[in-house]
Design a binder for this molecule. Structure first.
Ligand code: LLP
Length: 463
């Protein structure tokens, strides 16, 4: 069986029946620690605080909408990933989830490496002092200029994604008089999402070189034959928002199978294997993600077992979590503008942002949670749809959720678990000014990415 699933949504339209919405929570004022950043709680007045700072103060100081990021939570999660994998493995944070210079510094300090997938992500990483040898460069269509920049900078690995790129990188490395460490990204025929994985026919995508038909083996043959390249390993990434380890199991089995073939054909045991990212987080209380140490244990055991069976030395493992590091550490703070009850349907609650700061609901049918954060309420729950201010009926932030029925314009509401793929996929639709990212730690808040201004937008418009 094969069905198309977007490599992202925590819940897909094809997984949940149309019209599904959660039952009202027992306590609308409760904040499920699974979906909120670690230091989030309510103070004695019922106002939600993060890092000890009330959201009302954050809204006053930084305005809304704003992404509020719990720095200590980010660091704790980064550390948890690092220590779960220990010194025999590497954790590359996937910068596409959210990247800025403060994040690069935190990663550097916490001992994580970084995966970038464009020349400008690379520039961000280098400008904030990430050592080049701890950077992996990804992408299915890196330009020659990007490749040159990466090789010149001395990145630790370039992940090769096509036959053309094998030649391009080798050529550029040779021109620059160096030998570039590379991995080859293969598609193992596994596509995994959330609760299901599909282990057939998923070579039909733009990333990687299929194992099928001996294509990956041919890519290895060519890479091994080129002086400009040092082939160190094989890379596989099977999807996003994955809770079930069985997709990784199949992927590891197939990648190790390739390592075995390489040894048999070339007499070389490649020293590295990268299993990509895609580890799931909780967007709603129904989601049940695993802890980094459980994931690390499962992945290392799978690889060790497969290698033992193939009589291969266990390669050094790396992983590339993005969402699982940054996703739960931030929430988006909005102010309620209008409230429109539609008799017999639901109540539409409009906030001062929308699809420009969170495109995931519109794009993937992603599910989110929402809470009233500027006060508590004992009012009855009402079924709401939280929508933005854009000229588009698909401009939905939270599709189905419950908020107290005394909700009023001017209340602050927050959508948790927006740390990953929200700011990084934000747009200027309707000339929206992209919101700031405010990092909060130990009673202090500071802007790490500032809000765009009208001048920023008009400066690009050269008339
Ligand atoms: N490594 C590679 C090679 C990837 O392609 C990705 C994500 C990651 C690591 C990190 O995956 P994570 O651990 O963050 O799930 N924009 C979508 C997700 C697309 C992810 C693409 N690649 C979303 O909003 O859900």
């Amino acid at each position: 069986m094969s069905r198309s699933a977007h490599p992202a949504g925590p819940r897909h339209a094809d997984v949940l029946p149309e019209g599904h919405f959660p039952a009202p929570p027992a306590d609308l004022n409760a904040l499920d620690p699974k979906i909120w950043a670690r230091t989030v709680k309510r103070d004695q007045d019922g106002v939600v605080t993060v890092g000890g700072i009330p959201v009302t103060r954050l809204a006053e100081e930084f305005q809304t909408p704003a992404y509020i990021l719990d720095e200590s939570d980010f660091r704790a999660r980064a550390r948890a990933w690092r220590s779960a994998f220990g010194h025999d493995a590497d954790v590359f944070y996937a910068g596409k989830a959210f990247l800025c210079r403060a994040v690069v510094r935190w990663l550097n300090e916490e001992g994580l490496n970084l995966d970038v997938c464009s020349g400008t992500e690379l520039a961000t990483a280098l400008s904030a002092g990430m050592p080049a040898e701890r950077i992996a460069f990804h992408g299915n269509n890196k330009t020659s200029a990007e490749i040159r920049r990466a090789v010149e900078a001395g990145v630790g690995r370039i992940v090769l994604d096509s036959f053309q790129e094998i030649v391009r990188v080798a050529h550029i490395a040779q021109q620059l008089g160096t030998r570039q460490k590379v991995q080859i990204r293969v598609t193992v025929g596994v596509e995994a999402h959330t609760h299901e994985f599909i282990a057939t026919a998923h070579e039909d995508q733009k990333f990687g070189i299929p194992l099928a038909g001996g294509q990956a083996a041919e890519a290895v043959r060519r890479a091994l034959g080129l002086d400009g390249l040092e082939l160190t390993g094989i890379h596989s990434h099977i999807g996003s928002q994955i809770f079930d380890m069985s997709g990784f199991e199949v992927a590891a089995h197939r990648v190790v199978g390739l390592l075995e073939d390489i040894r048999d054909e070339h007499g070389v045991e490649l020293p590295e294997i990268d299993l990509g990212g895609g580890l799931g987080i909780a967007y709603t209380s129904d989601d049940d993600p695993r802890e980094p140490h459980e994931i690390a244990k499962a992945l290392t055991e799978i690889v060790a077992r497969e290698c033992e069976a193939a009589r291969l030395r266990t390669p050094r493992i790396s992983v590339e979590p993005g969402r699982a590091v940054v996703g739960p550490t931030a929430f988006t703070l909005y102010e309620v503008g209008t409230i429109k009850p539609l008799e017999g349907l639901r109540t539409y609650v409009s906030v001062d942002g929308g699809m420009s700061d969170n495109i995931r609901t519109a794009l993937y049918d992603a599910e989110y949670s929402v809470a009233l954060v500027s006060r508590t309420s004992d009012a009855e729950p009402m079924l709401v749809r939280v929508v933005g201010k854009h000229c588009e009926s698909g401009d939905i932030v939270v599709k189905d959720a419950f908020l107290p029925s005394d909700l009023a314009p001017g209340d602050l509401i927050a959508v948790p678990a927006t740390g990953a793929y929200c700011r990084s996929m934000a747009s200027n639709y309707n000339h929206a000014l992209r919101p700031p990212v405010v990092a909060v730690s130990d009673g202090e808040a500071r802007v790490i990415v500032r809000r765009e201004t009208e001048e920023d937008l008009l400066r690009l418009d050269v008339g």
